[in-house]
Ligand binder design. Sequence first.
Ligand SMILES: [Zn+2]
Length: 486
Amino acid sequence: VNIEHSRAIRLASTVTGLDEPTLRDRQERALIFVSLDPALAGTPLAARTLLCTLRRLPGRLALRSTGLPGGLVEEIVAATLAIDPTRPLALDLGEAEATVRIHLGLEDRAGAIRIVPDGFGAQVAGDPEVELDLGRPGNALGAIFAAALAAAEAFKYVVVDNPDRRTLHRHLSFCPLTLTDDTTAAPGLWITRESIDAAIVGNGAIGTAIALILAELRLGGRLILCDHERYGPENRGTYSLGGELEARMNPLKVELVGKVLRAAGYSTIGLAEKSTAMIERIDAGEIPAPPILLTGLDSVEARRETQMLFPDHIFDAATGDTALGLHHAVPAGPCLRCFFTQSAGGPDPLVRLAEETGLPVGRLRRGDEALSEQDLSGLSAAQRELLNEFLGKPVCGLADALGLTSASVDDYRPSVPFVSQLAACLAVGRLLAVRAGLAPETNLFQFDALHGPRGGGEIRGPEPDCYCQQRRSIVENLRLKRGLSS
Ligand SMILES: [Zn+2]
């Protein structure tokens, strides 16, 4: 089975404007050489994550194994082979002629780009003159954040020659908890005492990256996993978990993610269904309501449906091409429905629904109100016929019932795993920041993976017309019934 690289190459083509055969050739011929200082906290995990991520992309890889513990080299070789057994990692070859050299360590190594996990964050030094000082020992989030930044650096050097589309960092420092360049602000030790009660909704490119980070953090606790799909061959090139075996065996995504999380000490509940079904199960008392959702969803509609759980927090990680972001939603607003008022890309489903049914968009927005005779007055005979059977039912079900639900665009969107990993780091970072009382006020934070994060972000308020504002008492009652109210 050949690994599915078409999306990485399509993304490269979007970024550079070059044709796909030229880029395929450029990526396949490139050699990325990775070395590390194994004594530095977090670098073994960063190296394994980086090489596994790069193994999902086209190109040749080498690791400097001299001076590394034998067990670590074996572990990394096995992990990359599990992803793609046809392209083994070279050991100690090609450092001189490498296209890019990445060193996971503080000391300059013949001009290689240096990247180090630093607390929950990481530092990048593209300039050999920069003296790197570590703020805190790197933990698992810092290690995976460092690996994702390192993969982005490699991608920039191999693929992107347009200076407008990339920033080559002389020195970058960033912490995904505080969203600042200060990697010392978040204390480290408290996470060992934490345990988690949450759900990961969407176990795709972002959800598997969230699961990878949580598995390595080993917080303990309970995780509900919700995704109705199976792992397919095309997922191997863009996800953070799964390899050649899963591409062949097609397990449910919740099975794959559950196995990894249970091995890391979590208890899991896997639901191979949509979030609407998860909410029904919660309301039926079959499963407990998770107070926290980590979401990695690819459509506005899925986000709006998932919001209806109204948990204490939703940490929503989002990606589009090389851009990524975090939305932090709370029941009092802004909720995910405030952040995502309508469909991004393609016609707004409500506009399509209005065209199809003849009902005004303003009426369709009041989705909870039942369709009445009065609504049908003034419609054509054909439109009345279409809508007759929905009389007395809330209009929010119309889109599904009429087959107008916007299809998932995930299969067509070009993506690479490091973009999803950076988004996942923001979501898990915000989860930890909230637990530690360190969360900044910003509830919307975005950056481009090829330019890197900068401090700041936005503070969004609730949308006055949103369900969370117009139906406050319903939201509170739902939360109370689900045992979510404080
Ligand atoms: Zn809202």
